[in-house]
Design a binder for this molecule. Sequence first.
Ligand SMILES: NC(=O)c1ccc[n+]([C@@H]2O[C@H](COP(=O)([O-])OP(=O)(O)OC[C@H]3O[C@@H](n4cnc5c(N)ncnc54)[C@H](O)[C@@H]3O)[C@@H](O)[C@H]2O)c1
Ligand SMILES: O=C(O)[C@H]1O[C@H](OP(=O)(O)OP(=O)(O)OC[C@H]2O[C@@H](n3ccc(=O)[nH]c3=O)[C@H](O)[C@@H]2O)[C@H](O)[C@@H](O)[C@@H]1O
Length: 350
Amino acid sequence: MASNGNNHVSTKPPPEPSPLRKAKFFQANMRILVTGGAGFIGSHLVDKLMENEKNEVIVADNYFTGSKDNLKKWIGHPRFELIRHDVTEPLLIEVDQIYHLACPASPIFYKYNPVKTIKTNVIGTLNMLGLAKRTGARSESSSLCFYSHRLLRSTEIHSCTLKTETYWGNANPIGVRSCYDEGKRVAETLMFDYHRQHGIEIRIARIFNTYGPRMNIDDGRVVSNFIAQAIRDEPLTVQLPGTQTRSFCYVSDMVNGLMRLMAGDNTGPINIGNPGEFTMLELAENVKELINPEVKIITVENTPDDPRQRKPDITKAKELLGWEPKVKLRDGLPLMEEDFRDRLGISRKK
Ligand SMILES: NC(=O)c1ccc[n+]([C@@H]2O[C@H](COP(=O)([O-])OP(=O)(O)OC[C@H]3O[C@@H](n4cnc5c(N)ncnc54)[C@H](O)[C@@H]3O)[C@@H](O)[C@H]2O)c1
Ligand SMILES: O=C(O)[C@H]1O[C@H](OP(=O)(O)OP(=O)(O)OC[C@H]2O[C@@H](n3ccc(=O)[nH]c3=O)[C@H](O)[C@@H]2O)[C@H](O)[C@@H](O)[C@@H]1O
């Protein structure tokens, strides 16, 4: 039984594998469900999973923040299926692994529909755990992987530098970001309860700020904002105070970390992120230097509950998964610029 190094072990034997595994339509391929697979991280994960000819990939997405465009190269491929599905409704299919990424991730989107966001986190996760339980998706070849992000905010953590997995994620329960923060916390609780009570195999990744091609151009997240602003010759809007920090992980590193976690024996939670820490002013200066040296940097009002500091401690990921990020911010930003210029139809000035 998988343990996460914190003595989290299941107290019940795992359920029997589904008898459907022996049915006449049994296929030796690994059938992998990616919820939220039309989104930014999900679509990059799909690309990587599809490289393995033994994988069949099914994406379930309601296109709230994702797009079929992100998956267009796979539509029609015999090992790929795309289902318009809202994870707040049950899904009755047979799968071996589930990467559960469905959830609006940009603060402007989850604040736009907070009720739907918390339902997606809580009911969506319950539905995926139900699916795993029903199909017995938990044997050697079948495991369940859930991705969440424990929120790193509230006053007492502002003085912390490194966030380890022992952090409990105290969040403001009544704030405008709580639908996301508390939803992710409940999702982790549900996963461990299903793991202990029903023997479902789980993996929990705590994902830190990720960036790269295919981010929504106008989704309000800082890297996408700054790059789009620099390309459009608009001022870079640093929200006050500007000294708040984030640690940005390039999407290919993130996907590798998630797949390693799925393949290994550790339930997690495990932090997956890049520990390189930048203030928002430093990020703006990097974008200015690399993308548009003429652009202005201005300061604007911030939104409530903005975390002052965020930097993952990835010791556990290094030790248990042999994983660490490879792409430096200054190498990742130009890769994202190229994708944004293509989509915006604005080429670099000579
Ligand atoms: N990108 C980051 O920096 C970051 C940081 C921490 C955690 N995460 C987590 O990673 C996951 C993916 O994030 P992302 O950046 O790719 O976001 P994204 O918005 O690009 O992708 C989310 C996908 O989920 C889909 N979705 C949303 N609600 C759904 C529902 N009810 N049913 C079915 N599909 C639904 C969206 O349409 C979209 O395709 C999310 O769970 C997010 O919370 C991301
Ligand atoms: O788990 C979470 O809480 C969230 O973490 C991040 O959210 P956040 O760190 O707030 O990301 P951004 O919206 O990109 O903001 C990062 C920082 O940049 C600042 N910012 C944002 C936008 C902007 O134009 N200018 C600017 O200075 C914000 O004030 C904030 O301090 C992720 O982007 C989300 O996917 C995830 O939902």
